[in-house]
Design a protein around this ligand. Structure first.
Ligand SMILES: C[S@@+](CC[C@H](N)C(=O)[O-])C[C@H]1O[C@@H](n2cnc3c(N)ncnc32)[C@H](O)[C@@H]1O
Length: 284
């Protein structure tokens, strides 16, 4: 039975809880969004109101329910080579700089990777670079994380509908890096095997991930409050090796004055920062 009314109190309780567990901030009066996204889950669980669902979510045994709510409430909008410029910059500036300065090992983190288009696009750029510059990196690892377990499962399979590929992937890229599997397209195993997918909430510790030469954290930060955003950026910066790079979404400039970060040279407006500071800091 569709829930027709969500009272202001129920809505406020739900959005406070969602922010607490995921960092995602829902605006005022977005009851329609919550209703649309959760209706199926409410029906299947036999919940008669959003208030009943919130009460169940607060119970200690509701981990599975929490996962399903997070899966339903996250916006996973993404595309291949989204905005193009960061991928051009990766190829033309970041990878050559790392080749000159690094130890030959390349570690990249795609934080908030959604269904995998971002980390696989990164993988394709790295592969193209390696073909033009053989031996420039002896080992390549791309760690891709997202809070939504459903989306991580999908991403790790690495198969895409025509409708996904038609968003941002040129024909040459499709012919070279995908093969047809029934009605879908499977990413080349060489690219897939370089990407390690993990379900992870950016509000939690980054310690297990170690350090990276490059972090892509694109179109994720705008979900969070200012305070949480700053906390996440501060901790992300600690995962970046000195002289490594932080790549943000095209509209996501940050106030980096108090952080060991500098605008990267020739960077598209505010999008790419370079880690400064001493090498001793551990991720937290
Ligand atoms: C709009 S998508 C962006 C995907 C990709 N980075 C891009 O730019 O195309 C945002 C992703 O952030 C994820 N996300 C939201 N809150 C998160 C959190 N607390 N921890 C980790 N990922 C989160 C969502 O599940 C979603 O897949």
């Amino acid at each position: 039975m569709p829930i027709t009314e969500i009272s202001d109190g129920e809505y406020d309780e739900f959005r406070a809880f969602l922010e607490q567990i995921s960092g995602i901030v829902l605006g005022e009066s977005r009851q329609y969004l919550v209703r649309g996204r959760l209706q199926r889950l409410l029906d299947e669980g036999g919940f008669l109101s959003l208030g009943q669902l919130s009460a169940a979510l607060r119970s200690e045994t509701s981990l599975d329910l929490r996962t399903r709510v997070i899966d339903a409430m996250t916006t996973n909008e993404t595309s291949w080579f989204r905005d193009e410029l960061p991928y051009d910059y990766l190829y033309h500036v970041i990878l050559p700089e790392l080749t000159r300065e690094g130890d030959g090992k390349l570690r990249i983190w795609s934080a908030g990777c959604s269904s995998g288009e971002e980390p696989y696009s990164i993988g394709i750029v790295v592969q193209e670079f390696l073909e033009k510059n053989p031996g420039s990196f002896s080992a390549v690892k791309i760690v891709a994380t997202d809070i939504s377990s459903q989306i991580i499962d999908r991403a790790s399979i690495g198969q895409y509908e025509e409708s996904s590929l038609s968003r941002g992937l040129a024909n040459a890229g499709r012919a070279k890096y995908f093969s047809p599997v029934e009605t879908r397209w499977a990413i080349n195993p060489k690219i897939r095997d370089r990407v390690e997918f993990r379900q992870h909430n950016l509000l939690q510790s980054f310690t297990p991930f170690g350090q990276f030469n490059v972090v892509f954290c694109r179109n994720v930060l705008f979900y969070f409050s200012r305070v949480k955003r700053l906390d996440i950026v501060e901790r992300v910066v600690k995962t970046i090796k000195p002289n490594g790079f932080l790549v943000l979404g095209s509209a996501e400039t940050i106030d980096h004055g108090s952080l060991p970060l500098a605008r990267s040279k020739r960077s598209p407006a505010g999008m790419v920062y370079r880690r400064t500071g001493d090498p001793g800091e551990e991720p937290s």
